[in-house]
Design a protein around this ligand. Structure first.
Ligand code: SF4
Length: 206
């Protein structure tokens, strides 16, 4: 089952669920979003912040080729923009903003339309992209970078075994949620609900 498909439209329960990296990020933010996306499924309109993020991503692709690779510590790398990678063993698919490919290793770069600190779910999202890049290029991906658009700050994240293990564990939990089709509890961090595009479906949180 691929992105854009729902559980309802799956003809066989034995078809593996291929989660999108975005599902993982959303699951860590609030499990209900994954439920709404996969089990109901509902598609709320894009919020102002989502539309702004899409516009700024295009700008990132325009500006990035002019930036020097030394800022990543990858002087001789080849850049791959917006590469979609799917891996059945991970049960995961994702489109990565930028991959830096060098002979011995790769790194992933994600654009973030914010100036705030890097949230934990974003670190795991970066790490999930790193796992996909490792399998696709058959070489280690020890580093991920988040480019914060509003501040032009570049944050380096070490993609170590502990983080990779957290990603695999969260993917397993998200997949179990989809299979169980049980409406999960809301996020305990209710401040997240204020700007959530699914807030109209959560009558119990306000
Ligand atoms: S409104 Fe709150 S509880 Fe509902 S999906 Fe959004 S973040 Fe989760």
């Amino acid at each position: 089952m691929r992105e854009g498909q729902s559980l309802e439209r799956t003809s066989s329960p034995t078809v593996p669920i291929i989660l999108n990296v975005n599902d993982l990020k959303q699951f860590l933010y609030c499990p209900r979003i994954v439920y709404y996306h996969w089990v109901m499924p509902v598609r709320p309109p894009a919020t102002f912040f989502m539309q702004r993020g899409t516009r700024q991503e295009s700008r990132f692709e325009q500006l990035e080729p002019r930036r020097v690779l030394s800022r990543y510590g990858f002087q001789e790398a080849t850049r791959h923009f917006s590469l979609e990678i799917s891996d059945e063993s991970l049960g995961l698919i994702g489109k990565i903003d930028l991959i830096l490919e060098s002979p011995a290793r790769v790194a992933v770069v994600e654009f973030k339309a914010t100036a705030g600190r890097l949230a934990e779910n974003w670190k795991l999202q970066l790490c999930a992209y790193g796992l996909l890049a490792e399998r696709h290029f058959q070489r280690p991906c020890p580093l991920g970078f988040a480019m914060l658009n509003d501040s032009e700050e570049l944050i380096e994240v070490e993609l170590d075994e502990a983080l990779k293990s957290q990603v695999c564990s969260a993917l397993k939990q998200a997949r179990e949620l989809v299979m169980a089709q049980q409406f999960p509890d809301p996020t305990p961090v209710r401040a997240r609900c204020v700007q959530c595009e699914y807030r109209n479906f959560c009558g119990d949180v306000f």
